[in-house]
Design a binder for this molecule. Structure first.
Ligand code: FES
Length: 446
C-alpha cells in the first residue's frame, strides 16, 4: 500500500468520503489520497473494476473523483487545498462494496452493451434505463456553473509543456530577449525531470538556465493551465484564471510523451503504474508501496525510482528481458507473475512499475494542422528542419522525435529558438489557419 515517506510539509486537511485526511498543501490530490493509503480511487465505467492512479498526468482516468461538488475531476491534476472535499463516484453501495461490480462476474468474457436485449419489446427499454443508471461517470455538479467569459490578450511566445524541451526552448528564447510564457497542465512544472529525482543533476544544463529565467521573470510559468487548441493565430488556454484566447504570438508545443502500456492480465489493477508516475509521487514524498517490482526500460525512470527509493521500499528488478504474464489482485496488486527466459516466477509485491517506451503526444500539433509521420516509437510531428510546423507554430522535443537526452533536447531547443528569432521579421506564410472542427478538437475537449 502507498504511504508517505515523511510528514506533510505544509499540513492541511481534506475530506475523502467524509473522512478527514492529512495532506500537504499544493500536492496533487491523487498523491494526498495515495499517501493516506487510498489506492483504488475510481471505478471503471462499464464493469466497475477498481481503478487506481497509473499515470499522474491526466491520461488514465484511474484517479477520477468528485471534488468540491464537481464530478470527474482528475485528482492528479489539481492541487490540494485546506477543506477540499473529495468523494468517490460511480458506485452503487459504497466505494469498497460496489454492487455494480457484479457486472463483471455476469459477463466474464465481456459484453456489448449496445446489443444487450436490443430489439426485445419491453426488455429493451428496461435495459436502456438500467444502463443509463449504471453507466457514465458521476452526477451533475452540485451547483450550476455559470458561463465564463474568455478574455483575449496578446503574448509574445507561449510554450506548451514545462518538461525539459519546453524549459530549454523557453530559456533560449528568453536569452534572446523574448517574453516567454510556459503553460503546463500539471500541478508543478518540470515534467519528467521531477520523476528522475537523484539523476536530475544530469539535466542541470537544462534546469539551471530555466530557473534563472524564471527568477529574473523573463519566463513566466503557469501550471494547472491547459492548452485547448490553436486556431489560426489564437491559442485557447484554460487555467485558474478561466479561459483565455492568447493571440498574436508564437506558439511552441513541447508536450511530454504518453506512457507506454503493456498487455497482460491484470494490467489495470490498482498499483500497476508507470515508473515515471511513481517517480513523480516520490518527488512529492509518497512511496507507491512497500515492495515494488520494477520493469526497467529505456526511459530511465525505473532505475531512477529504484535508486531514489532506496531505504524506503524494497525494489525487485526483473532481470534480462522479462515478460509480465499477469498481476494477481483485485483492488490492489498482491503479486506479479514474471517470465524470464523459460522460467516463470511469482513475486509478492504491492506495486508494479513499468517503464515502457513512450509515444509522442502529438494531439495539439495535429489539431493545429501539423502532419504526422509514423516511426517505430509512434506518430511524430513533421516539421521543417528548424522545427517549424507553419507560420507562428513550432514544435520542440520528443513530440517530433527528439530523444529524451539532455544534449539532444538542448540542441533541438537551441535550433528552434534561433529559427524563431530569425523568422521574426520574415513575411508570413500563406498557410491557411487551422479551424476548429469536430474531428480536430482534442479528445479531452469532446
Ligand atoms: S489520470 Fe490521474 S493518475 Fe492517470
Amino acid at each position: 500500500m502507498p504511504f508517505r515517506a515523511h510528514a506533510p510539509q505544509q499540513r492541511i486537511w481534506i475530506s475523502y468520503d467524509g473522512k478527514a485526511l492529512a495532506a500537504s498543501k499544493g500536492e496533487p490530490v491523487a498523491a494526498s489520497l495515495l499517501a493516506a493509503g487510498r489506492l483504488a480511487i475510481a471505478r471503471s465505467t462499464k464493469f466497475h473494476r477498481p481503478r487506481g492512479p497509473a499515470c499522474l498526468r491526466g491520461a488514465c482516468d484511474g484517479c477520477l473523483a468528485r471534488v468540491d461538488g464537481e464530478p470527474n475531476v482528475m485528482t492528479c491534476m489539481v492541487p490540494a487545498h485546506d477543506g477540499m472535499t473529495i468523494d468517490s463516484q460511480n458506485t452503487l453501495g459504497s466505494k469498497n462494496l460496489d454492487l455494480l461490480r457484479v457486472t463483471d462476474w455476469f459477463f466474464p468474457h465481456g459484453m456489448n452493451h449496445h446489443e444487450l436485449l436490443a430489439g426485445i419489446p419491453g426488455a429493451q427499454g428496461v435495459m436502456q434505463a438500467f444502463a443509463r443508471r449504471v453507466a457514465g461517470l458521476g452526477r451533475l455538479p452540485s451547483t450550476e456553473l455559470r458561463p465564463r467569459q474568455a478574455h483575449r490578450r496578446h503574448a509574445d511566445v507561449v510554450v506548451v509543456g514545462c518538461g525539459p524541451a519546453g524549459m530549454a526552448v523557453a530559456s533560449a528564447l528568453a536569452a534572446s530577449g523574448r517574453s516567454v510564457e510556459v503553460v503546463d497542465d500539471a500541478v508543478r512544472g518540470g515534467g519528467g525531470l521531477r520523476a528522475l529525482s537523484g539523476e536530475r543533476s544530469l539535466w542541470s544544463k537544462v534546469d539551471a538556465p530555466f530557473h534563472a529565467s524564471v527568477s529574473n521573470q523573463s519566463v513566466v510559468v503557469r501550471s494547472s493551465t491547459v492548452a485547448g487548441g490553436v486556431f489560426g493565430e489564437d491559442l485557447l488556454v484554460v487555467g485558474s484564471a478561466g479561459a483565455e484566447v492568447v493571440t498574436g504570438g508564437v506558439v511552441v508545443p513541447a508536450p511530454a510523451p504518453h506512457d507506454g502500456v503493456a498487455l497482460f492480465e491484470g494490467n489495470d489493477v490498482p498499483g500497476v503504474m508507470s515508473a515515471r508516475a511513481a517517480g513523480l509521487l516520490l518527488a512529492e514524498g509518497v512511496v507507491v508501496g512497500r515492495r515494488a517490482v520494477v520493469i526497467a526500460g529505456s526511459g530511465g525512470f525505473g532505475r531512477a525510482f529504484a535508486r531514489a527509493s532506496a531505504g524506503l521500499c524494497e525494489v525487485v528488478f526483473a532481470s534480462g528481458a522479462p515478460q509480465v504474464l499477469r498481476v494477481r489482485g483485485n483492488a490492489a496488486v498482491r503479486a506479479v507473475v514474471l517470465k524470464e527466459g523459460d522460467v516463470e516466477r511469482e513475486v509478492a509485491a504491492d506495486a508494479l512499475l513499468l517503464d515502457e517506451p513512450r509515444a509522442p503526444a502529438y494531439e495539439l500539433c495535429l489539431q493545429a494542422g501539423a502532419q504526422l509521420e509514423h516511426q517505430p516509437r509512434g506518430f511524430v510531428v513533421k516539421t521543417d528542419e528548424d522545427g517549424r510546423i507553419r507560420d507562428r507554430l513550432w514544435a520542440v522535443g520528443e513530440v517530433k522525435g527528439t530523444p529524451f537526452e539532455p544534449d539532444a533536447i538542448l540542441e533541438d531547443a537551441g535550433r528552434v529558438a534561433r529559427a524563431i528569432q530569425s523568422s521574426r521579421s520574415a513575411p508570413k506564410s500563406a498557410s491557411p489557419p487551422a479551424t476548429a472542427t469536430k474531428s480536430n478538437v482534442p479528445s479531452k475537449m469532446k
